[in-house]
Design a protein around this ligand. Structure first.
Ligand code: COA
Length: 165
């Protein structure tokens, strides 16, 4: 296959932190695309727990066994970045019906800006349908067990972060 015919998809999000629900989406997307970029976005409207650099490092460790996945930090307009990278699709996850409205609006806005880039919505497993990064941040803050929600690599990094090591 010629290198330029490989299909690249971006999976953007703030991933603060990366959860099992996100990992579900990554595992589904790698079966659909030749290459997947996890695009770690700076969202100025959200108060961050981890720096973007830390998030990228943790996600890289978590997906180290998936050779078609790269992790890239990003700030700016997503479709501009997608065009620069030559991506053909944007992948987003749906956990519940309530995600749909937001995803739908974002997909239409991105389509207006870049009609050639498709948004592909993938379902999270039922098991992780109620997981969100803010729940993980809250459980962590109050000393609860985060291992139900995040892969061991993420849990270790967050425990280290909590203890300030
Ligand atoms: N499993 C678990 N949680 C999930 C999930 C999944 N599969 N999918 C989404 N979530 C959760 C996240 O954990 C996050 O939880 P939180 O709000 O509790 O922290 C929440 O859903 C939102 O997720 P996220 O994917 O991180 O969305 P976001 O709104 O932070 O990021 C961007 C959206 C970054 C992709 C979007 O703002 C963007 O593209 N920004 C760039 C600027 C731009 O181009 N704007 C125009 C877009 S129309």
């Amino acid at each position: 296959m010629a290198p330029d015919s490989r299909r690249l998809a971006l999976y953007p999000g703030s991933f603060d932190p990366f959860t099992y629900g996100h990992l579900d989406i990554v595992k589904s997307a790698v079966n659909l695309f030749d290459q997947l970029e996890i695009t770690v976005a700076i969202n100025s409207e959200k108060q961050g727990l981890l720096s973007v650099g830390e998030r990228c490092e943790i996600i890289r460790e978590t997906v180290a066994d998936l050779p078609s996945v790269v992790v890239v930090p990003f700030e700016g307009l997503l479709v501009n970045h997608a065009r620069r990278r030559g991506a053909s699709a944007l992948v987003r996850g749906l956990r519940q019906v309530s995600d749909f409205d937001y995803e739908f609006r974002m997909a239409f806005a991105n389509r207006k800006l870049a009609p050639e880039i498709e948004t592909v919505l993938l379902l999270t497993s039922e098991e992780h349908a109620f997981t969100s990064s803010s729940i993980v941040r809250d459980v962590l803050r109050w000393g609860g067990d985060i291992s139900h929600f995040v892969p061991p690599t993420v849990a270790r990094a967050l425990e280290k972060h909590r203890s300030g090591k």
